[in-house]
Design a protein around this ligand. Structure first.
Ligand code: KDG
Length: 319
């Protein structure tokens, strides 16, 4: 039996996250909570939970954490038929330090060098996955992982272009994964220029185009020919432009437990809404709402609502 091909293909590294149960410097934290995370895996889960179909292309280690990731993604109905088990390399992990040094902010400490996910390679991308899909998504994290992961991103772009898929990129620059910010810009800009949908924020835009003012960022990226640009502004919400339309959405006021994962939830919700044919404004409002919700708990994916719950929450905030 031929399985139907998912609408969104995400490629990247899924990680196990150990989130500090208490706030403050990690040296004083005793208890950690385990979650499945990783930027592109977060997007794949979000799209699936919101009623669209997604697949995740990656490699995990032949270990308990790799099995945990695969089981979690399957339970979330993410298509894992292109998720490989890599013998001889571990599944990457990271720790989340919360509320220190800046209150209500979190930071990440990675243990992922040489991980199975970093061995993602062009041979993991089969044309079959792209033939009937509608979008491919990756973030600036994936090209930072290794030379082969970078080539995989380039192949994803060309497969998408040849098969009529939209290319969605979230710039997600993680400075510790790059030798320098100049290199991040040199590698990412040629990919970003080929995006149809771009998610970014003022910090990343400063690295990529030397601009941090939202309206100016929109203008520069749109002038590069990118059809849809979404600027994530954290507590200030988001701004987007597509075709001749422009939209702005405010974040809702919530009590922040851990902001990590909010950007992926925003991107995943926006893409799910676009797949469902919603307008720019309707997509952006829902995306901003889900981005805010995710910050209220530890873990990147747990607070992403189902489609039915999202509509209920939406009516609550926008009666
Ligand atoms: O966006 C959240 C991700 O950054 C987090 O889950 C970990 O994928 C991750 C990364 O590489 O930083």
């Amino acid at each position: 039996m031929r399985l139907s091909v998912p609408e969104l293909i995400a490629l990247g590294e899924a990680l196990i996250q150990f989130n500090a149960l208490t706030k403050g410097p990690l040296r004083h934290v005793t208890l950690f909570e385990k979650h499945v995370a990783g930027a592109e895996a977060n997007v794949a889960v979000c799209v699936s939970r919101l009623g669209r179909s997604s697949a995740f292309i990656s490699r995990v280690g032949d270990d308990e954490f790799g099995r945990c990731i695969e089981a979690w993604l399957r339970a979330e109905r993410v298509d894992t038929r292109w998720l490989k088990t890599e013998p001889g390399a571990p599944t990457g992990i990271y720790f989340v330090q919360r509320g220190y040094p800046i209150p209500s902010r979190s930071s990440m400490v990675y243990y992922r060098r040489g991980s199975a996910g970093s061995r993602l390679s062009p041979e993991d991308l089969e044309e079959e996955a792209f033939r009937d899909a509608r979008m491919v998504h990756f973030t600036g994290i994936t090209p930072a992982l290794s030379a082969t992961a970078r080539e995989a991103c380039l192949k994803a772009i060309s497969l998408a272009q040849n098969n009529g898929l939209a290319v969605s990129i979230d710039t997600n620059i993680r400075p510790v994964l790059w030798p320098s910010l100049e290199e991040a810009s040199e590698v990412l800009m040629p990919m970003v220029e080929k995006a149809d949908i771009l998610f970014t924020d003022p910090t990343d835009a400063e690295v990529l185009i030397g601009e941090n003012e939202p309206e100016k960022i929109l203008e520069v990226f749109r002038n590069l020919g990118i059809g849809t640009v979404v600027i994530k502004l954290g507590e200030r919400g988001a701004l987007a432009s597509s075709g001749s339309e422009k939209a702005r959405a405010e974040a809702i006021n919530v009590s922040v437990e851990d902001p990590i994962g909010a950007g992926d939830a925003l991107a995943g919700t926006f893409l799910a809404c676009q797949l469902a044919g919603r307008s720019l404004f309707e997509s952006l409002r829902r995306a901003t709402l889900v981005g805010s919700l995710v910050t209220t708990v530890r873990g990147d994916q747990e607070m992403i609502p189902t489609l039915r719950d999202l509509e209920m929450i939406y009516r609550y905030y926008y009666p």
